[in-house]
Ligand binder design. Structure first.
Ligand SMILES: NC(=O)c1ccc[n+]([C@@H]2O[C@H](COP(=O)([O-])OP(=O)(O)OC[C@H]3O[C@@H](n4cnc5c(N)ncnc54)[C@H](OP(=O)(O)O)[C@@H]3O)[C@@H](O)[C@H]2O)c1
Length: 375
């Protein structure tokens, strides 16, 4: 497997990985008549294993009344996919054995029996790890009609206007409640959600410090995305580095990682700080085993600094005025060039599950996507 990097626009790299071996799914036949689908084979118990999901060839599905069929163009790979492999009820019910893996897809409506949706519309939402997904747009948790590709490319839409950007917006602005001049610290800062949260915090007039793994990611945060400072958690003492880069304390900690990094941030909270728990990727492999989960030590700092710590899920804000405001602001900022993104594109549905581990070893450079088909 090799990779090429091409520049999309100043400071934005696109990485495309090509595999020399294009594997066909089990039972692969005439691809025009069938659908390739990743299905739940064995729930996770600890670190992911190769057999949690299997790729199957299934009959091409037809939409029923009120449904659309979406030809997927990009599948979004997300850390929460590991959470969804769990047999436990998390914030969504577990996926039964034999059912398709759920995932965020952007694609083209190829058949519609749903009011308000026409062939050729660009659909984004919670669908399936499949080339073709059938969904009822009115009953899907996260469903949006996206701009035509002539206005915004599908890659830009999924990176800068979809779930990760919504998460950054709701978490940073509605939960974090930034004030100009606040110091905002972000973990997992070079990832899909982190880069958007940092740029939104800059738009809100804050001083922004990112924590990421490696000199290259830290340089990208400061030199290309306008972060005020970056901490390489793989090379520095994070506790000391937060003290050095946030001398007046941390007003908002936007946490994507959890574990010892959360503890280090808690130690540096400013008075009245807000700790926004967006994710905890460092512990997702332990969710089936409470004894293995990291135990936070510095929670007393919430008391000492009269601080608030609150978790949220992006779904909490959908379907109302918050979502409308979010879509409007993200579009405006994106069009004004104030929201950059980085896409890391893996070619081919057969590489979807094997590529998920990139999120857990830091191998992704920006939003991790699987290209399923041409635009
Ligand atoms: N609350 C919500 O509704 C919501 C929605 C979307 C995402 N999230 C959460 O937001 C977080 C980021 O998601 P994303 O999609 O934007 O992924 P991402 O940041 O693009 O990729 C994950 C990154 O996490 C870092 N990481 C992995 N293991 C780590 C560890 N043990 N310690 C420190 N850093 C580690 C890696 O970056 P480095 O190279 O820097 O280590 C990796 O690139 C996840 O926790 C996810 O579950 C929450």
């Amino acid at each position: 497997m090799h990779s090429t990097i091409t520049s999309l626009s100043p400071g934005i790299a696109r990485i495309t990985r090509f595999s020399p071996h294009r594997q066909k799914p089990e039972g692969a036949g005439d691809m025009t008549q069938t659908n390739a689908v990743w299905v739940m084979n064995r729930h996770a118990d600890g670190p992911m294993s190769d057999d949690n999901l299997v790729l199957r060839e299934q009959p091409m599905p037809e939409p029923g009344e009120g449904e659309i069929r979406v030809r997927g163009v990009y599948l979004s790979l997300d850390p929460t996919n590991r959470v969804w492999l769990s047999p436990r009820y998390t914030y969504l019910p577990p996926i039964p054995l034999g059912d398709p893996m759920r995932g965020f897809i952007i694609g083209v409506v190829d058949k519609s029996r749903a009011p308000g949706w026409a062939e050729g519309d660009i659909a984004y939402g919670l669908m399936q790890w499949a080339r073709y997904s059938i969904i009822n747009p009115d009953r899907t948790a996260f469903m949006m009609k996206m701009p035509a590709p002539t206005e915004v490319s599908l890659e830009a839409s999924i990176c800068a206007l979809a779930m990760n950007a919504h998460t950054a917006y709701y978490g940073l602005l509605l939960k974090g409640q930034p004030r100009p001049g606040d110091t905002v610290l972000i973990s997992g800062a070079a990832g899909a959600t982190g880069v958007q949260a940092g740029q939104i915090a800059k738009i809100a007039g804050c001083r922004v410090v990112g924590i990421a793994g490696g000199a290259e990611k830290c340089a990208m945060l400061v030199n290309e995305l306008g972060f005020d400072a970056a901490i390489d958690y793989k090379a520095e003492n994070v506790l000391e580095a937060i003290g050095r880069t946030c001398p007046d304390g941390v007003d908002i900690f936007f946490d994507n990682v959890g574990g010892p990094i959360l503890d280090a941030a808690l130690a540096h909270l400013a008075m009245g700080a807000r700790v926004v728990i967006c994710g905890g990727i460092s512990d997702y492999d332990n969710i089936e085993d409470p004894d293995a989960l990291y135990g936070v030590k510095n929670h007393f700092m919430l008391l000492m600094r009269r601080a608030r710590m609150e978790g949220f899920v992006v779904f909490d804000f959908l379907g109302g005025a918050d979502q409308q405001r979010c879509e409007r602001d993200l579009t405006r900022w994106f069009q004004a060039g104030r929201l950059k993104y980085q896409a890391h594109v893996v070619e081919g549905i057969e590489h979807a599950f094997p590529s998920l581990k990139l999120l857990f070893n830091g191998g992704n450079r920006g939003k991790l996507l699987v290209r399923l088909d041409r635009d």
